[in-house]
Design a protein around this ligand. Structure first.
Ligand code: SAM
Length: 406
C-alpha cells in the first residue's frame, strides 16, 4: 500500500469562516476574512518556521559572540534579549511579528468602524434596561489600563468613539483568531472550556453558587464557565465599558443568561462583601495588571472567598530556573515590542510567595496546567499539536491558585 505523503497534509490554521458568529458578531466580508486568514497563516509561519531559525542563530552566533566578548555566560534574560536584538534572524522574526500585530489591529478596526453604528444599535437593543449590565459613568480608568494601547490595540479596552460605541470590543473579538493562528476555538473560548473541565475533574464535589471573573473582557472565557455551572450566579468585572456592553449582548445572543457584567477596578472590590464568592477566576489577566495592583488584587480575592472557595489564575508560564534564558528572552518580546509593559515583571515574580503574602496557606496552593479545548473536527492541528511553541501565544497555560481553608 502506498505510504501517505505527510508533507501533503495541511497543518495550518483553519479557515476564518469557521469562527462562531453570535448575534452581535460584526459582518466580516470575503476580503476581510481573507486578510485575517493571511495574518493567521503568517503568525503560524513565524512560530513554526522562523522561530526555530532564531533559536539556531542564538546557539550558532549570538551566544558564542557574547561569551567571546564578555568571557562569561549570559547572566539573565535581559542580556540575552539585548544580544538577540543585534542578530538578523531575530530582527526578521521580530519585525514580522510586530507587523502582523499592527496589521491585525488595523484589519479589525477597518471592519468594525465601518459598521460601528449598527453594532452599537444591536448591542443597545439587547442590553438596554437589563440590570445585568452595570456601567459607572464616573469610572476613572486605572493608570494601568489607560496609559497604553495594550498589544497595539488603538484605544485599548476602554475607548469609545461615540456614546455606546463597541467597535473596540468587536475588533478584539474578530481578530483574536489571527493573533493566535486560530487556536482558541470557534468562540475563542478554548481556555475557559478547559478551566471548567479542569475544575470538574479535579474538584468533583465543588458546586459553586457565586463566581467572580476578574478582568473578564468581553467574556470569551467566562461564558464557558457560566455554561458549565448553570446554577451559579457569575459576575464578570472589567474596567472597559465597551467590552462589558458587547459582552452582555454577546452572552444573551448565545443563550447564556447567568452572567452579570460590572464595570470596576479589580484592585478595589469593596462593593462585594467578605466571603461572598465560591470561586474567583482570572484568565490571561494578570499580565495586564500592574506590579503595584497585584498584591491588592490577591488580598482582595482572599477577603472575598468563602471558606472552601477557590481562586484560580490562568496565565502563560512564569520564568523559573527551569526555563532557559533564551526562552525567557523570547517570551519577554511582548513587553518590549507589543505594548505589554507589565508582562516582564509579572512573569518573574514568585506567585506562590505572593499568594502566601496575601494570606493563603502554603498547603492550600493549587498548581495545574490547561490547554485550550477546541472542536477537533474544525481545529485538528490545534487539538493535537503539543509541540508548537509560540512563546506567549500558545493556547496552553499554567494555573496558580488556592483553596481557602474551610
Ligand atoms: C487580556 S484581557 C483578558 C480578557 C478575559 N479574561 C479573557 O479571557 O478573554 C484583560 C482585561 O483586563 C481588564 N483589566 C486590566 N486591568 C484591570 C483593572 N485594574 N480593573 C479591571 N479590569 C482590568 C482589561 O480591561 C481587559 O479587558
Amino acid at each position: 500500500m502506498a505510504q501517505k505523503d505527510k508533507s501533503a497534509v495541511y497543518d495550518g490554521p483553519p479557515d476564518y469562516r469557521v469562527v462562531g458568529r453570535h448575534g452581535v458578531y460584526p459582518e466580516v466580508s470575503h476580503d476581510e476574512a481573507a486578510r485575517f486568514n493571511f495574518l493567521a497563516q503568517m503568525n503560524r509561519y513565524l512560530s513554526k518556521q522562523l522561530m526555530p531559525g532564531v533559536a539556531e542563530a542564538f546557539e550558532a552566533r549570538v551566544r558564542p559572540a557574547f561569551e567571546a566578548a564578555e568571557g562569561r555566560e549570559f547572566a539573565n534574560r535581559h542580556e540575552v534579549r539585548k544580544a538577540l536584538a543585534k542578530d538578523p534572524a531575530w530582527q526578521w522574526w521580530s519585525a514580522l511579528r510586530r507587523a502582523t500585530m499592527e496589521s491585525r489591529q488595523q484589519a479589525g478596526r477597518w471592519t468594525t468602524i465601518r459598521q460601528a453604528e449598527e453594532l452599537a444599535d444591536k448591542v443597545r437593543e439587547l442590553t438596554e434596561g437589563d440590570d445585568r449590565l452595570e456601567l459607572d459613568p464616573c469610572f476613572e480608568q486605572p493608570r494601568s489600563t489607560a496609559a497604553i494601547d495594550h498589544h497595539c490595540m488603538p484605544g485599548s479596552y476602554y475607548t469609545e468613539l461615540f456614546p455606546g460605541d463597541v467597535s473596540g470590543a468587536a475588533n478584539y473579538d474578530i481578530g483574536i483568531f489571527a493573533t493566535t493562528g486560530g487556536m482558541l476555538g470557534r468562540f475563542n473560548d478554548g481556555g475557559g472550556v478547559a478551566v471548567a473541565q479542569w475544575v470538574k475533574q479535579n474538584l468533583p464535589d465543588f458546586a459553586p453558587k457565586r463566581i467572580l471573573d476578574l478582568g473578564c473582557g468581553l467574556g470569551h472565557n467566562v461564558l464557558p464557565i457560566a455554561a458549565a455551572f448553570p446554577d451559579a450566579e457569575v459576575i464578570g468585572i472589567d474596567a472597559g465599558a465597551p467590552m462589558l456592553r458587547y459582552g452582555l449582548a454577546r452572552a444573551k445572543s448565545m443563550g447564556i443568561e447567568n452572567v452579570r457584567f460590572i464595570q470596576g477596578d479589580v484592585s478595589r472590590l469593596d462593593r462585594f462583601e467578605d466571603e461572598s464568592f465560591d470561586w474567583i477566576q482570572s484568565t490571561m489577566f494578570l499580565h495586564e495588571t500592574s506590579y503595584k495592583l497585584m498584591p491588592m488584587i490577591f488580598r482582595e480575592t482572599r477577603r472575598l472567598l468563602r471558606p472552601g472557595g477557590i481562586v484560580l489564575h490562568v496565565e502563560q508560564p512564569q520564568y523559573t530556573e527551569d526555563m532557559s534564558l533564551f526562552e525567557q528572552a523570547m517570551r519577554d518580546w511582548d513587553a518590549f515590542y507589543n505594548n505589554e509593559p507589565f508582562w516582564t515583571k509579572m512573569h518573574e515574580i514568585d506567585l506562590d510567595q505572593w499568594m502566601e503574602d496575601a494570606g493563603f496557606g502554603h498547603n492550600t496552593l493549587i498548581h495545574g496546567g490547561v490547554a485550550a479545548v477546541v472542536d477537533p473536527e474544525v481545529f485538528p492541528e490545534a487539538a493535537k499539536d503539543e509541540g508548537q511553541e509560540d512563546y506567549g501565544r500558545k493556547a496552553a497555560w499554567h494555573v496558580i491558585g488556592a483553596r481557602k481553608a474551610a
